[in-house]
Design a protein around this ligand. Structure first.
Ligand SMILES: NC(=O)c1ccc[n+]([C@@H]2O[C@H](COP(=O)([O-])OP(=O)(O)OC[C@H]3O[C@@H](n4cnc5c(N)ncnc54)[C@H](O)[C@@H]3O)[C@@H](O)[C@H]2O)c1
Length: 304
């Protein structure tokens, strides 16, 4: 099949592209390289350096005629979305609409949208959180993700576009960027590699659900067999706090990690952990990596 991956030079997108190519699909990547790297890109993918807001996107879809679109390109820095909501909305809302309009025009059969669990459900929800929990995003980033989910409902209703929404927990793994507002695992691995202490905000009792990137990729593939529009959490349902994360990283690396504490961040979510029973039931997906196994592969990559 001919498959378009937006954000295919990024952390998660590049792993997805590798797997799709391994499965002999023809893969087209659109990425503006704002946070992604050309070095991540599989050489067998056809690459267009393009902003998803660009009107040239129409020519691309007309020419390449993808059957499937995986949409991962995003402004994904929550703090930046708070500092500049207009900038966030340009990519995360207007860019998405540009893409969706052209998907309908050039008859894309299926749209897989990479959404977020962390920024859509707030604090105070049931743990592990099911997809039926009330969405209460408190950042422009989370609002734009939720808005895209609603737009997809509209595009299905109006034009019959089939879609799957994957709400990811905290993803980690090789190639994750450790700069900017990066994932905590990537930041810690980089600090450890440079023999520097890691910084924990507050006591480190805040919990996250860490899902390994290969498991996210396998969920992306499973999504293709879903005939009807659906929303799924992609997670492990294992709640680990930041202290436990450091302890596990110490164990897999065999190194002692010096820890320093900083003041807690006001408003930081205290608990995040998602229930993945829906996708398990519908599409037989379950994560294969626990934190220790995933961290082992991640640390090996950072070390090398
Ligand atoms: N990493 C996580 O923990 C996590 C959790 C939930 C959801 N997500 C979502 O997964 C997706 C991929 O995230 P990631 O962690 O791989 O981040 P990433 O920054 O590595 O990947 C995003 C990619 O999109 C590209 N991009 C950004 N704006 C673009 C634009 N306007 N036009 C074209 N390309 C553009 C970037 O260059 C980059 O390659 C995002 O949609 C993100 O919101 C990630």
């Amino acid at each position: 099949m001919s498959i378009l991956v937006t954000g295919g030079c990024g952390f998660i997108g590049s792993h997805l592209v590798d797997k799709l190519i391994e499965k002999k699909h023809r893969v087209i990547v659109v990425d503006d390289l704002s946070t992604g790297k050309k070095a991540n890109l599989n050489k067998r993918a056809r690459f267009y350096r393009l902003d998803i807001q660009d009107e040239k996107l129409e020519q691309l879809l007309k020419k390449e005629k993808p059957t499937i679109v995986y949409h991962l390109a995003a402004q994904m820095n929550v703090r930046k979305s708070i500092a500049d909501p207009v900038f966030d909305a340009r990519t995360n809302i207007l860019g998405v609409l540009n893409l969706l309009e052209n998907c309908v025009k050039y008859k894309v059969k299926k749209f897989v949208f990479i959404s977020t669990g962390g920024a859509i459900y707030g604090d105070g929800v049931k743990i592990p959180t099911p997809e039926t929990a009330t969405e209460a995003p408190i950042s422009p980033y989370g609002i734009a993700k939720l808005a895209t989910e609603k737009y997809l409902h509209y595009y299905h209703h109006q034009y019959g576009l089939n879609y799957t929404i994957l709400r990811l927990a905290n993803v980690y793994g090789p190639r994750q960027n450790y700069q900017g507002e990066a994932g905590v695992v990537a930041i810690f691995c980089n600090q450890l590699k440079n023999n520097q202490p890691v910084f924990i905000n507050g006591e480190g009792k805040q919990t996250r659900d860490f899902v390994f990137v290969a498991d996210v990729v396998s969920a992306c593939l499973k999504a293709l067999s879903d005939k009807k529009p659906n929303i799924y959490n992609i997670a492990t349902s294992q709640e680990n706090n930041i202290q436990q994360l450091v302890a596990t990283l110490q164990k897999v690396s065999g190194r002692k990690i010096p820890v320093k504490h900083r003041p807690a961040i006001k408003g930081e979510q205290l608990r995040s952990c998602l229930n993945y029973q829906k996708i398990k039931k519908h599409l037989s997906w379950a994560p294969k990596y626990d934190l220790e196994k995933g961290l082992k592969e991640t640390w090996q990559w950072f070390r090398e």
